[in-house]
Design a protein around this ligand. Structure first.
Ligand SMILES: Nc1ncnc2c1ncn2[C@@H]1O[C@H](COP(=O)(O)OP(=O)(O)OP(=O)(O)O)[C@@H](O)[C@H]1O
Ligand SMILES: [Mg+2]
Length: 138
C-alpha cells in the first residue's frame, strides 16, 4: 500500500531524513515515533507528495509519489499540522470547493458534501464561516 525506500531529504547542508525505508500494508494502523527533529514530519510530507525526496522513492498503491503526485494523492488523506483553511468560506462552501477540486460536480458533489457534513456532525454549523467558528477555540 505504502512503500518508502531509502528516503533522504536535505535542506541545504542539513540532512533531515537519512535513509528511511518502511512498508505499510492495507488495513494497518501505524504510529510513527521519534524524538523532536528526527524527521517524522519531513518524511510524512514526502509520502503525501508535498516535498520531493532528495533521494529514494515512495510508492502509494504502486504509484510513484514524486513522479505522479496527483494520482498518488487520490489515495491519501492527510491532516497537516497547521490546517490550510480558507477562513472566510462557510463550512459547506469549503467542502463544496474541496469536492470540486477532487473532480465532483452537480448532484454527486452535493451528495458527497451532505454525507461529509452528516458524518462529521457539522449540520448545525454548515452555513457559518470557518473564521467565526475558529474564534471560539482560540
Ligand atoms: N523546511 C525546512 N527547512 C530547513 N530545515 C528543516 C525544514 N523542515 C525541517 N527541517 C529540519 O529537519 C529536521 C527534521 O525536522 P522534522 O520537522 O521533520 O522533525 P520531526 O521528527 O517532525 O520533529 P518534531 O517531533 O519536533 O515534530 C530538523 O532538524 C528540522 O530543523
Ligand atoms: Mg514534526
Amino acid at each position: 500500500m505504502i512503500k518508502a525506500v531509502d528516503l533522504v531529504k536535505d535542506f541545504g547542508q542539513r540532512r533531515a531524513v537519512d535513509g528511511v525505508s518502511f512498508e505499510v500494508q492495507q488495513g494497518t494502523v501505524l504510529g510513527f515515533l521519534g524524538p523532536n527533529g528526527a524527521g517524522k514530519t519531513t518524511t510524512i510530507r514526502m509520502v503525501a507528495g508535498f516535498l520531493p525526496p532528495t533521494q529514494g522513492n515512495i510508492h502509494v498503491k504502486g504509484i510513484n509519489v514524486a513522479s505522479d503526485p496527483v494520482a498518488a494523492q487520490k489515495s491519501i488523506g492527510y491532516m497537516p499540522e497547521t490546517t490550510p483553511l480558507y477562513e472566510d468560506m462557510s463550512v459547506a462552501g469549503f467542502l463544496r470547493f474541496l469536492a470540486e477540486v477532487r473532480g465532483f460536480s452537480g448532484k454527486e458533489r452535493d451528495s458527497r458534501v451532505d454525507r461529509a457534513i452528516e458524518r462529521c456532525f457539522l449540520g448545525p454549523v454548515r452555513s457559518q464561516t470557518i473564521d467565526t467558528l475558529s474564534k471560539g477555540y482560540r
